[in-house]
Design a binder for this molecule. Structure first.
Ligand SMILES: [Zn+2]
Length: 320
């Protein structure tokens, strides 16, 4: 905008009523938020065409505020969001604020209120934003690795599991102990804080050892509680193993204990309880979303000050 035109605009602003200024302020804030979101979305230039993986492409104007590219190989166009979990989502001006809400671990109603979006939008965005981050976890543990089997109550399996009442009996498994309603997850953590969570179908020694094999190099020392399946899995894996009989009141045996992984699981369960406190009847997790929640908590549970900033959370949601 040329200087004289800007000057006239400033004069016009001075004549606005209080209410009109509020409207203008909201409009400016939305524009800024949209630009900040677009900057975060385009922070990484695409390396390949998402349609044909070709690397020969050129800039080709803009579409809906985003740089468009034209692939010389397949002649199709794309932008930074094409082929990513966020590709078809609207309201980009709210994405950074949404990433901040994820970073704060807010519940669906809190996010919906904060961003003035529908519950269904807040819910859909959550799992789209978490699709790639939930796959990020430690590929291998080093030194002493603590592993524990945890069980998560499974809720109804619908698409909108969180948005309807989960189960008549108010969130308690109707069968005692481990049942088909409980989803087993291996919680693995080394003393440096590297963490991996693996959802397993069964807790047989063969299944557990297959799940743990890529995580545990041969020189790892495995610490578990007195689980017979994990002891058998350790034998199959051929790693040094120390089992701590926690249920008999033994907590520490020199350097061998499972206190780090147990503390992690208890922080995770506390967070999940708080997250769902708003809907008392809902206590379970649809299995298809469990990986999202586990990944979300891995992202949240880092040292104070090292939590990712909203722009990096948004970049993670797009590029992984
Ligand atoms: Zn292409």
């Amino acid at each position: 905008m040329k200087q004289p035109k800007l000057h006239r605009l400033m004069q016009a602003i001075a004549q606005l009523s209080w209410r009109q200024r509020r409207v203008l302020q909201a409009q400016l804030a939305a524009l800024q938020a949209r630009e900040a979101s677009i900057e975060a979305i385009e922070s990484q230039a695409p390396g390949r065409c998402p349609h044909c993986s070709g690397t020969h492409f050129v800039k080709n104007g803009f579409a809906r505020g985003l740089q468009r590219f034209l692939c010389r190989g397949c002649t199709r166009t794309f932008n930074a969001l094409t082929g990513t979990p966020l590709s078809k989502l609207h309201l980009r001006s709210k994405w950074l604020a949404y990433a901040r809400a994820l970073d704060q671990g807010l519940s669906i109603p809190q996010v919906a209120r904060l961003l003035d979006v529908a519950w269904s939008t807040a819910f859909r965005w959550r799992h789209r934003f978490l699709q790639l981050p939930s796959r990020r976890q430690a590929c291998a543990l080093h030194g002493i690795a603590e592993v524990d089997e945890s069980y998560f109550l499974e809720s109804c399996k619908g698409q909108r599991a969180l948005l309807r009442q989960a189960r008549r009996r108010g969130g308690k498994a109707s069968k005692r102990g481990v049942s088909k309603e409980q989803v087993p997850v291996l919680m693995a953590r080394d003393r440096a804080g590297a963490t991996a969570n693996i959802i397993v179908a069964r807790t047989s020694a063969a299944e557990l050892s297959a799940a743990l094999a890529p995580l545990l190099p041969k020189d790892t020392v495995l610490c578990t509680d007195s689980s017979p399946s994990l002891a058998a899995a350790a034998q199959l894996l051929g790693v040094q193993h120390h089992s701590i009989n926690v249920s008999a009141g033994i907590r520490v045996d020199g350097p061998w204990h499972v206190q780090n992984v147990n503390a992690y699981v208890s922080r995770l369960r506390g967070w999940m309880r708080r997250l769902r406190g708003w809907m008392r009847r809902f206590k379970g997790v649809a299995t298809k979303y469990l990986a999202s929640y586990l990944g979300w908590f891995r992202m949240l549970d880092c040292a104070p000050g090292s939590a990712p900033q909203p722009a990096s959370v948004l970049a993670l949601a797009i590029h992984g």
